[in-house]
Ligand binder design. Structure first.
Ligand code: FES
Length: 69
């Protein structure tokens, strides 16, 4: 199993250098859609416009909340 500390340091939004742990905190803090996380953290506002990080954030929300978006 991966070390959760290392796991949280993984960069999810490469354009904006935003880490997994930061995104998890936002989801835990009540930001439950990709758009809400993007507005809160600035993910999705880089050069790729969220093409790379958007699907990963969606997956994280779905698995954390056990829902399908
Ligand atoms: S990886 Fe997040 S905006 Fe490009």
């Amino acid at each position: 199993m991966e070390d959760p500390v290392i796991e949280n340091l993984k960069t999810i939004c490469l354009c904006k250098n935003i880490k997994k742990g930061t995104i998890l905190n936002a989801i835990h803090g009540g930001y439950h859609t990709v758009e809400a996380v993007n507005r809160k953290l600035g993910t999705g506002s880089g050069d790729c416009k969220g093409e790379r990080c958007g699907p990963k954030i969606k997956e994280m929300i779905e698995s954390l909340l056990d829902i399908a978006l």
